[in-house]
Design a protein around this ligand. Structure first.
Ligand code: BGC
Length: 387
């Protein structure tokens, strides 16, 4: 252990006082007030105590994040008339998150999405991962990044509030090689955006693909179907899948198919079309290949509008793909935050990511991370309204 420099220690103490002061003076309303951060206990798992942070930006948004799984529990945003509701699906208690969470809100890793047969070969060595979505491995295995407690430090910067979350996954955790040290920085901006910055380093060659798995309903969590939301995806191709939801390897054009969201289209408009990919996915459960104007940098990937409330979600990312999942496996067995149950299509996820099964698909953008390199990627959920 290095002893911290006395002046650095002092800065740390001052920062904590500022945060606590901010928290004490944060009024319960989330509009027209100073930005704030409040921490409270949210129970415990076998790994230790869990906390919940409430971030308010003073501009109408309030976001709750758990140290367990880095889960975004709630996102409260105003509609076109300034009425605020929670647009993220989730639970009001830790037990449901631990025992039955279909990845609501969580940091998903080490490898978001599927790896065929839970197996891949890197530098001549074959690794076997848990088969938790037979016959494949899904979202990092049985105990992925969504099921650990993340070391969390709050910060305030330039009128924004946020959390730095850290987790170190040991070599061969869930079968993946390399000690992976991951940092996810969530920032709630004064511009009504949630910015997510992911960083990871490894001590051995490995694969990594991180995302956030929030399910949205812009009319309000628990308010019913998302089929009336219009979706636009900046993607003219997608990766069709086999019956186990593993990409076949081809990048097919969306043009002329119900997969086409290049123009704003209601999610429900073609979801029941007799199209093989929709039958396989029981709706939309597909990775879209983003039309990148530049190889790097943040670009718009998706825009979703809920017509009655006027709420708009725009997603920007540095990733090459986005998984559009129309909540097909919600089946009325989960009761959400507001006490209402979730049925099929009551929420959707848009998961920015590298393509599924990339470790087994040489033609897909690489997900390999080597010692000395830093995995860096940023995604933004930007909220707004339309008339
Ligand atoms: C997958 C779905 C899966 C869902 C919840 C999505 O990322 O594409 O197939 O059911 O996560 O696990």
């Amino acid at each position: 252990m290095h002893a911290s420099h006395p002046s650095l220690r002092r800065v740390g103490v001052v920062a904590v006082v500022v945060l606590v002061t901010g928290a004490l003076f944060t009024p319960p309303s989330n509009a027209g007030s100073a930005p704030g951060i409040v921490r409270e206990s949210f129970g415990a798992t076998a790994e230790g105590p869990v906390h919940r942070y409430t971030l308010t930006n003073g501009k109408g948004m309030r976001v709750r994040i758990l140290t367990y799984g880095g889960i975004i529990q709630t996102i409260e945003v105003p509609d076109r008339r300034g009425r605020t509701t929670n647009v993220a699906l989730g639970f009001d208690n830790l037990t449901d998150y631990v025992e039955r969470n279909p990845y609501f809100g969580c940091i998903t890793g080490r490898y978001a999405n599927r790896i065929a047969l839970g197996r891949f070969t890197l530098d001549g060595v074959t690794y076997q991962l848990p088969i938790n979505n037979a016959p494949n491995s899904l979202h990092g295995g049985d105990v992925g990044f969504d099921k650990h407690i993340w070391a969390t430090s709050p910060f305030r910067r330039d009128g924004n509030v946020g959390l730095v979350m850290r987790y170190t996954s040991p070599h061969l955790d869930q079968g993946y090689p390399g000690t992976l040290t991951t940092t996810v920085t969530y920032t709630l901006t004064r511009g009504n955006a949630i910015r997510m910055e992911y960083r990871a380093t490894t001590d051995r060659p490995t694969v990594v693909n991180l995302t956030n798995h929030t399910y949205f309903n812009l009319a309000g969590e628990g308010s019913g179907s998302i089929e009336n939301h219009t979706l636009q995806l900046d993607a003219s191709r997608y990766t069709p899948v086999d019956p186990t939801l593993i990409p076949t390897g081809s990048l097919d054009p969306v043009a002329g198919t119900p997969m086409d969201f290049t123009r704003p289209t209601a999610i429900g408009e073609r979801i029941r079309d007799d199209f093989t990919q929709l039958v396989i996915g029981r709706g939309f459960d597909h990775n879209y290949v983003l039309d990148r104007r530049h190889r790097t940098g943040l670009q718009r990937a998706a825009r979703v509008v809920e017509p009655r409330s006027g709420r708009v979600l725009t997603i920007l990312t540095e990733e090459p793909g986005i998984q559009f999942y129309s909540g097909n496996f919600l089946d009325g067995t989960l009761v959400g935050t507001s006490g209402r149950m979730y049925r099929q299509g009551d929420g959707f996820a848009l998961e920015t990511q590298h393509f599924p099964d990339s470790p087994n698909q040489a033609a897909f953008p690489s997900t390999v991370l080597r010692p000395g390199e830093t995995y860096r990627t940023t995604t933004i959920y930007q909220f707004g309204t339309t008339r």
